[in-house]
Design a protein around this ligand. Structure first.
Ligand code: GDP
Length: 531
């Protein structure tokens, strides 16, 4: 094996790429910051971009943001931990929720789910886990805020199992909660870690008590020790044991209890990611499967960050490296356009000062500045003709119709919508009966971005109105005759998306149910793959 291949293999084995998943306010920003703190990437917490601090750890992005007005800080972070290179991808929520949030999950090998232990499983987590389940992504779970009055731990596990359809294997178990939170018991190591409120810096000497029978436990918490022993018996009986294979198949999640704000339980999460989470895996492409340790570079685009500043049209395309070694200055082929691109200005996402990337391996994310010629799902290689598959579009949940103020601009509107639809900024449906184009999104901010970009890039001023459409499903049917019949009878409810795929638009879910009953041969899809 050549030295290069040895190097590539080593780098791939020592890489972990995961997304951090949660409902807003569960503590994602806080935990991200603490992961960076424990990895040594930052010395003091409170430096990651956050609602509370307003500061940035990703200072490399500050300049880019300033120059280009792009808000990309802290969406991808890379740091080192125990000889491993870790890529952490954020899944933006709140206002920023969009299809990109979902698609980030196609670019990772595992997920870290943060749950507010006072609230349990919340809506955004459910949506994101649905996508993880499609891909069998291994998930590590962190039950956060144990320093507060939280819900019963067994109830929380029950809820995760029933709502998220994933088995739980508790690795640590909380002792008390809120004011009486004493620490956690580590079921695999048979050790009790004592809780101490932490702050901005790591406290290295947390007391560890070996063995559940240790008299030191009775000494420290006379009232709770007996209860703890009983609880652990119960937990062991009532829950699943950790099984690496089950975890890697996405069927079982190891669960850790802690408090991100107090640095408690954070190290165990990092260790679980290093010890258990998978290194970058092979990926399906047309023609063949691509193995991460191959010599030749390849990757795909999973997200495009558009520029909100009208003075600059450029945007950043996020590429997940799937194989080989990326080196600065190398030629990459943009396969859809069949065009070589010199990769000189490609940027990386480090948690410390660095901007221009020198090299990258499978699992890493690189950012390619461009002027709109790169789309979601595009594949890059050193020349081989292949296209990565499995990059989905999701059935939108929110719909709008664009009305232009100046009717003479209708052509520009159509062109703009077509291009924004192809790029993946929003989904665009052209009704077969020639009606107004319908826009679809999963996050409301997507419409604002589209309105802004139509104005600044296409000179089209428009307002959005809510159409009667509430549901969209892509349709397919193996029987061409039946499909043609369906098309004819439903011409007023059918549209084509930006890629020309037939889509059924309905006002209510009942309409969809009726259609399914009447046309059993037609399949209604909630996702479609990038063509
Ligand atoms: P995000 O919206 O998921 O990124 O959540 P944040 O990290 O911004 O946290 C939401 C709120 O929960 C903030 O006020 C945090 O200070 C607080 N928080 C985060 N972790 C903990 C924790 O372990 N204990 C307590 N009591 N509060 C926490």
């Amino acid at each position: 094996m050549s030295a290069d291949l040895n190097r590539i293999r080593h780098e791939v084995e020592h890489r972990r790429t995961f997304a951090i998943i949660s409902h807003p306010d569960a503590g994602k920003t806080t935990l991200t910051e603490k992961l960076l703190l424990f990895s040594g990437a930052i010395q003091q917490a409170g430096t990651v971009k956050g609602k509370k601090t307003g500061k940035f750890a990703t200072s490399d992005w500050m300049d880019i943001e300033k120059q280009r007005g792009i808000s990309v800080a802290s969406s991808v972070m890379q740091f080192e931990y125990k000889d491993h290179t870790v890529n952490l991808l954020d899944t933006p929520g709140h206002q920023d929720f969009s299809e990109d949030t979902y698609r980030v999950l196609t670019a990772v090998d595992s997920g870290l789910m943060v749950i507010d232990a006072a609230k349990g499983v919340e809506t955004q987590t459910i949506k994101l886990l649905d996508v993880c389940r499609l891909r069998h992504t291994p998930i590590v779970t962190f039950m956060n805020k144990c320093d507060r009055e939280v819900r019963d731990s067994l109830d929380l596990l029950d809820e995760v199992e029933s709502v998220l359809k994933i088995n739980c294997a508790p690795i640590t178990w909380p002792i008390g909660m809120g004011r009486s939170f004493k620490g956690v018991y580590h079921l695999l190591r048979d050790e009790v870690f004592l809780f101490e409120a932490g702050g901005e810096k790591i406290n290295l000497d947390v007391e560890i008590i070996k063995g559940l029978d240790n008299p030191r436990l009775d000494e420290l918490f006379a009232d709770e020790a007996a209860q703890l022993r009983m609880d652990i018996e119960l937990v062991k009986g009532a829950s699943h044991e950790f099984d690496l294979k089950e975890f890697l198949a996405g069927r079982l999640t190891p669960v850790f209890f802690g408090s991100a704000i107090n640095n408690f339980g954070v190290r165990e999460i990092l260790d679980a990611l290093i010890d258990w989470a998978p290194a970058p895996a092979s990926r399906d492409a047309t023609v063949r499967e691509v193995v991460p340790t191959e010599e030749k570079f390849s990757g795909f685009i999973f997200k495009i960050q558009a520029n909100m500043d009208p003075k600059h049209r450029d945007r950043i395309a996020f590429l997940r490296v799937c194989s080989g070694q990326f080196e600065r200055g190398m030629k990459m082929k943009h396969l859809r356009l069949n065009r070589d691109m010199a990769a000189n200005s490609v940027v990386t996402f480090m948690s410390h000062d660095r901007e221009i990337i020198e090299e990258a391996f499978a699992g890493d994310i690189i950012g390619i500045p461009n002027h709109g010629n790169i789309q979601i799902g595009d594949t890059f290689s050193e020349g081989e003709q292949l296209a990565f598959t499995g990059i989905p579009f999701f059935a939108p949940e929110l719909f709008r119709v664009a009305r232009i103020k100046n009717p003479l601009k209708i052509k520009q509107l159509q062109k703009g919508l077509q291009q924004l639809g192809e790029e993946g900024a929003v989904q665009v449906f052209k009704p077969l009966n020639g009606g107004d184009m319908v826009l679809g999104a999963v996050g409301v901010l997507q419409f604002e971005v589209v309105a802004h970009r139509l104005m600044s890039e296409y000179g089209v001023d428009c307002v959005f109105e809510s159409p009667s459409t509430n549901i969209a499903r892509w349709v397919s049917c193996e029987n061409k005759v039946k499909l043609a019949e369906f098309e004819k009878s439903q011409v007023n409810n059918l549209a084509e998306d930006a890629a020309g795929n037939l889509t059924y638009l309905a006002n209510h879910r009942v309409n969809l149910d009726i259609m399914r009953e009447r046309h059993p041969d037609i399949v209604f899809h909630e996702t479609r793959e990038h063509a």
